[in-house]
Ligand binder design. Structure first.
Ligand code: ATP
Length: 362
């Protein structure tokens, strides 16, 4: 499957074949990526996959061993000719997960830190404007020790935006906040990004955060960018089993390609419901099905597609694991009122209204 969607907006930041190795391993491997003007691109991947190193390369905290990085067509790093613009001259703002505020400076002084070369009046005005933007107009004189985690994060964001960067880099900006605060803070950060029009790369290991705040999501693994695309596309049409499995619970339904259908344990699925199905007749394929694609209905043993093997309560919903007669494992998302027992025989309907992704048998 096609693994990329192009940038949203005019290209602003371009990475071309970037490599960064350490003595023992390659942290970033041949990474090429274009980020568009005003776009929010989230980078998602397991621990150690190279997300932070990618941000540090863009921010100028690391030198690439190979490849080049350009910002608005201006090279900022190029391993071939040694070009290396230092971080403070890149026009890039960085927000770290630990906020990195100066404890002995007030919120307002922290925000004004990166624009000390501005004249006093402009600086004062810019700081006030940013404190207003992040909803901390009344807290300018507070010290970081007097602020909550969410407030500190907003000061850090305001500080990085003060010099009007072209690009904002956020490294796991919510990981030091309480879970209950993360959802509202991610909406807040997205609002602030939109109001300033800055282009952003946002690193996270939280799949829900990555999908919900992004214009495009990039999935990394082992130092490589595996797929970049709009959130719905990455979710519905993952380019590999790795990408599929990284975005929530997945099930695979094995089936045999026939003339106009694929024969599975859940019955025949019309071939035209499966995206770009080019498997030949008789070939076995695996069809990706997520919990929200399937619904279970209790039925008799004789009419069942399988039986329930586990139940997980999720508040507003249940997820039931179903083992099919032929041994496939799938999950069904049901309303919290649909209480079925483990062992219950069920018919499973395919309710997905998007083209289904398939993978050739390994
Ligand atoms: P996490 O989500 O855990 O922060 P990450 O995706 O951000 O992980 P990186 O921090 O970019 O991953 O690290 C990528 C790989 O490079 C890891 O295996 C890490 O151990 C290694 N690495 C990163 N920095 C260094 C360094 N300064 N020296 C040696 N190895 C490093």
């Amino acid at each position: 499957p096609d693994a990329t969607d192009g940038p949203v907006g005019e290209p602003v930041l371009e990475l071309d074949g970037v490599v960064r190795s350490y003595a023992s391993e390659t942290a970033v491997e041949d990474l090429s990526l274009t980020v568009g003007d005003g776009e929010v691109l989230t980078l998602l991947g397991p621990s150690g996959c190279g997300k932070t190193t990618t941000l540090r390369l863009v921010g100028g905290l690391e030198h690439p061993d190979a490849g080049a990085i350009a910002l608005r067509d201006r090279p900022i790093a190029d391993a071939d000719d040694g070009t290396f613009v230092p971080p403070e001259h890149r026009g890039i703002g960085l927000v770290f997960q630990d906020f990195a505020l100066f404890p002995h400076m007030t919120a307002a002084e922290n925000v004004g830190f990166g624009i000390e070369d501005w004249n006093e009046a402009d600086r004062r005005e810019r700081v006030a404007e940013l404190l207003e933007l992040v909803d901390l107009a009344d807290h300018g004189e507070d010290y970081p020790g007097e602020l909550s985690g969410g407030q500190k994060q907003r000061v850090a964001l305001a500080r990085s935006l003060a010099p009007e960067p072209d690009v904002l880099l956020l490294d796991e900006p919510l990981s030091n906040l309480d879970v209950s605060l993360r959802v509202s803070m991610r909406e807040e950060i997205r609002r602030i990004i939109d109001e300033t029009g800055v282009t952003a790369i946002w690193v996270t290991h939280d799949q829900e955060e990555a999908l919900s705040v992004a214009d495009r999501v990039g999935i990394m693994n082992d130092g490589r960018l595996r797929q970049v695309g709009r959130p719905e596309r990455i979710f519905e049409r993952p380019a590999s089993r790795f990408v599929a499995s990284f975005l929530g619970r997945t099930g695979f339904l094995s089936g045999e390609r026939q003339a106009d259908t694929v024969a599975t344990d859940l019955g025949r699925i019309d071939a035209d419901r499966i995206a770009d199905l080019d498997a030949v007749q008789g070939e076995t394929v695996d069809i990706l099905v997520r919990p929200d694609d399937l619904r279970a209905t209790p039925t008799t043993e004789a009419e069942a597609h399988g039986r329930i093997t586990s139940r997980q309560y999720q508040g507003p919903s249940f997820v039931y694991r179903v083992e099919t007669a032929g041994g496939d494992t799938v999950h069904c998302l049901q309303n919290h009122t649909e209480v079925f027992d483990v062992g219950q025989p069920v018919a499973v309907d395919l309710v997905a209204d998007h083209p289904l992704q398939w993978f050739p048998r390994d």
